[in-house]
Design a protein around this ligand. Structure first.
Ligand code: FES
Ligand SMILES: [Fe+2]
Length: 347
């Protein structure tokens, strides 16, 4: 690479790497069973598995014997057994057994990488950085909270993560979602920026107001919705995203960047039941029943948003690949802060 093109790529946000010293979300809890699951986080193939005690482990997804994928093997007790010759790796990534080891042979002294991993709030958080993490995963405090109903959508897009974050931080794109009545007339009020996060505060119009228990049906029946002003706050809390619309809605986007042109993410929508004080006096088992039975109430809405956003994001990526030097004309100053944060974190 010439020094000129190197200089260009460092300043090009679409070529940025990620800061590995953070917790990323690599799977939903329910995806990891006693059958190993292969995932990719920023070019690193990782095998996730749940051991016989229910603990989650994450190993580099390659057998040290002949480099085939460990995720194609099976879990035996607390170890991961390779499909090819049956070598077993323990959760530290050390070879623990070879089925055909002769009496005079020692176990090979090979080791593959293992990653710090946590199961928290319905998701698997993995730390791909150096050494032991000194920070905690961001977490989703609403996940187990009885006053919140969750819906989850998966985003798989053929695009650099910066396009996704910019989409999520630029609330002027309500235009794209008009038929879903997501929000309207956003206006950026102010921005706060640190080395760790960007908070952009918009004033917007919301269609939904959850103040009576039946008003949850607004999620299904457009005729019940009325536009009214609400604050719309969006935050890029590196490497994830969070937003609040009025008092009733919260959305998180948990990122798993795969490579420069591919990003996986989980979008989690919470509808709040905080306004229903009568409900909070009912027995916990009943409140849990209400929470669980309403799980996925916003699914259609969320999936509808994702389809349209992904289409735009992928078109941006394609246009970039065809003409990387073409510049955009950006009017939203929140995006300047967002790009600055990405570059600082990735450098
Ligand atoms: S390649 Fe895995 S046991 Fe041989
Ligand atoms: Fe969107």
């Amino acid at each position: 690479m010439s020094s000129l093109s190197q200089a260009v790529s460092i300043h090009d946000v679409r070529q940025l790497g990620i800061n590995l010293n953070h917790w990323y979300v690599v799977a939903r809890s329910q995806e990891v069973t006693n059958k190993p699951l292969g995932v990719t986080l920023w070019h690193q193939a990782i095998a996730l598995y749940r051991d016989s005690e229910g603990q989650i482990h994450a190993l580099e997804d390659r057998c040290p014997h002949r480099q085939v994928k460990l995720s194609h093997g099976q879990v035996i007790g607390n170890e991961l057994e390779c499909a090819y010759h049956g070598w077993r790796l323990n959760h530290h990534g050390e070879c623990a057994a070879v089925p055909y080891l002769a009496e005079n042979q020692k176990l090979p002294n090979c080791k593959i990488r293992h990653y710090p991993v946590k199961e928290q709030d319905g998701f698997i958080w993995l730390f791909p950085g150096d050494g032991e993490p000194s920070i905690e995963p961001m977490g989703l405090p609403e996940w187990d909270h009885l006053n919140y109903i969750a819906s989850v959508a998966i985003i798989n897009c053929q695009a650099h993560y910066s396009y996704l974050i910019e989409n999520l931080m630029d609330m002027y794109h309500g235009h794209l979602h008009q038929d879903l009545q997501a929000w309207a007339q956003a206006e950026l009020q102010d921005i706060e920026e640190t080395d760790e996060r960007v908070d952009a505060h918009y004033q917007a119009q919301s269609y939904y107001k959850i103040d009576k228990i039946w008003s949850i049906s607004q999620l299904f029946f457009p005729a019940l919705r009325r536009l009214h002003p609400e604050p719309l706050d969006v935050s890029y809390i590196y490497p994830h995203w969070m937003s609040t619309l009025g008092k009733d809605f919260k959305i998180y986007c948990l990122l798993c960047p795969i490579n420069e042109t591919q990003t996986k993410a989980y979008l989690i929508h919470f509808t709040s039941l905080n306004a229903f004080w009568r409900l909070h006096k009912l027995p916990v088992w009943f409140r849990r029943f209400v929470k669980d039975s309403l799980f996925g109430a916003a699914q259609k809405f969320l999936d509808g948003l994702v389809v349209k956003d992904v289409q735009m994001i992928e078109e941006e990526q394609q246009a970039y690949l065809q003409n990387p030097q073409r510049r955009n004309y950006e009017l939203n100053r929140a995006l300047v802060s967002v790009q600055r944060l990405m570059k600082n974190q990735a450098s």
